[in-house]
Design a protein. Structure first.
Length: 267
């Protein structure tokens, strides 16, 4: 997310958290926000869409945006239960296999009330994946072959975060290398672990609103057929099992949920 976008977002959050915009209050129009905050209306729309996806504001068709009447962001109704459970004790770790792509370790663990044992842990790379969405509600995707499952499928661009590199920068770099498109207004959505029981591989999901064509893909190994897929077609891709990779699925499900929330708020 750019500096101007972050400034606008924080300003609106401050208005709401301070009570300047109370629960149920109507936000200024896009035109007014654009003029008062010194940014374009596209920036305002991006911020409002993000706040709506969090449930902080609600869109009413023909009337504009209103502060949600429910709990504000940062005041969750579901709270973590503290003090009820104990974490596992870690007594040590020894490497069984180690190279630049994958590490296999045996970790000496002691769960509460259970005898100590060695637990296999696979440590993989830190990964960043990006869903680039254009103004026609299409997502930038690649159709390519993956030899491990032995099939073709659709994927979002993404790859390894290099040592010392910010995940956001890696996300933008991978999009450009794999597709030839340079993404705009990248924002972080979620960080998750795809196989939390035994595999350590942080996956960071980003969404970019818009992109500029700057050339051809430069990563030949990861290249594939590039296409802008309408977001409305994604449920069909899921039903036909044509998506590859958990990062692709997580990012697209987020976009579908966001789209559904906007649609619900507009009614």
């Amino acid at each position: 997310m750019g500096e101007k976008t972050e400034r606008v977002e924080q300003t609106i959050r401050d208005w709401i958290s301070s009570g300047e915009l109370a629960s149920g209050a109507k936000l200024p129009s896009e035109r007014t926000l654009s003029a008062d905050l010194g940014v374009g209306r596209t920036t305002v729309r991006l911020v409002l869409a993000k706040l709506a996806s969090e449930g902080l504001v609600v869109a009413h068709h023909g009337s504009g945006y209103f502060v949600s009447a429910g709990k504000l962001s940062g005041d969750p109704s579901v709270k973590a239960p503290h003090g009820e459970l104990e974490p596992w004790r870690i007594h040590g770790e020894r490497l069984v296999y180690d190279n630049q792509w994958v590490k296999l370790a045996l970790v000496d663990v002691e769960p509460p009330g259970v005898e100590r044992f060695e637990h296999h842990v696979v440590r993989l790379q830190h990964v960043a994946i990006t869903a680039v969405v254009d103004d026609q509600d299409r997502v930038l995707m690649l159709w390519r072959y993956r030899f491990v499952p032995g099939r073709f499928g659709w994927e979002l661009p993404g790859g390894i975060v290099d040592a010392g590199e910010e995940a956001k920068d890696a996300a933008a770099r991978e999009v450009e290398e794999e597709t030839g498109w340079r993404p705009d207004a990248i924002e972080h959505v979620v960080t998750y672990q795809p196989m939390v029981g035994m595999v350590d591989s942080p996956h960071e999901i980003f969404v970019a609103r818009g992109a500029t064509k700057v050339g051809d893909p430069t990563d030949v190994e990861e290249a594939g057929h590039i296409e802008w897929i309408p977001l409305a077609e994604v449920p069909g891709l899921i039903a036909r099992d044509e998506l590859l990779g958990s990062g692709t699925l997580v990012a697209l499900l987020h976009l579908l949920a966001e789209r559904s929330q906007r649609s619900t708020g507009a009614r």
